[in-house]
Ligand binder design. Structure first.
Ligand SMILES: C[S@@+](CC[C@H](N)C(=O)[O-])C[C@H]1O[C@@H](n2cnc3c(N)ncnc32)[C@H](O)[C@@H]1O
Length: 210
């Protein structure tokens, strides 16, 4: 039953409806507000999915990456333009030669789908993809002591195989950024959930990887 429900979430319209029904959209909007983006900024969104929050962004130059063809097709049809491109690719080092340095990177609901090794690699590439003063925001379900039993169940039964405690997310972030902080958000959704929203700035690596 649970597996069937998780499978249905691969359907883009159902995914968006569920996110909005649960209030998970409010969590995304909060992340976007944290970034303080303005017109003319550039943004990379890794694991963009259908990018249903795209309309909340100012007039930015946007690059969305996702490994799901269905999600990318949906996002491209809804939001694709001269200013917004959607790619069914894994964001990696090869894109640094092609995409100019960006003001912000969104990792909304992604890191809990990635192993430590894959998260580490993505965060390293992200650190190298930023302009000076650029920032990364990540948000993921988390496990924290004392969380509501429903929230704990939601985190443990998420589609992502790598739901972590905040300390584990922070440890990964600190490998690539000097400035990492965050907070548990447990008041955004209509049912009890706990998410770790993490801000990362001040890359440890230069663009060339040194
Ligand atoms: C929970 S969804 C989040 C989608 C969107 N960011 C949101 O907040 O609604 C996670 C997304 O990550 C994508 N994904 C998983 N592994 C990925 C990878 N290595 N690179 C890019 N996208 C990936 C999945 O296809 C899925 O669309």
């Amino acid at each position: 039953m649970l597996t069937a429900i998780k499978g249905l979430l691969g359907h883009e319209a159902l995914y968006v409806a569920l996110q909005k029904g649960l209030g998970a959209d409010r969590l995304r909007y909060r992340c976007l507000d944290e970034l303080g983006l303005t017109d003319g900024d550039t943004v990379i969104d890794v694991g963009c999915g259908p990018a249903y929050y795209f309309g909340r962004l100012p007039r930015v130059r946007y690059y969305g990456f996702d490994t799901s063809e269905k999600y990318i097709a949906h996002a491209r049809k809804r939001w694709g333009s001269d200013q917004a491109e959607f790619r069914c690719e894994v964001f990696g080092e090869q894109h640094l030669a092609e995409i100019p340095p960006v003001n912000a990177i969104l990792l909304l609901g992604l890191l809990h789908h990635l192993s430590d090794a894959d998260s580490r690699h993505l965060l390293q590439v992200s650190a190298r993809a930023l302009v000076p003063g650029g920032r990364v925001i990540a948000v993921d379900p988390t496990l924290v002591p004392g969380q509501h039993p429903v929230s704990r169940w939601m985190s443990k039964n998420d589609r992502g195989e790598y739901v972590r405690e905040p300390e584990a997310f922070v440890a990964l972030g600190r490998e690539s950024f000097d400035d990492v902080d965050g907070e548990v958000v447990d008041d955004a959704t209509r049912i009890p959930t706990s998410h770790w929203m993490m801000r990362m700035r001040t890359p440890v690596f230069a663009r060339d990887g040194s």
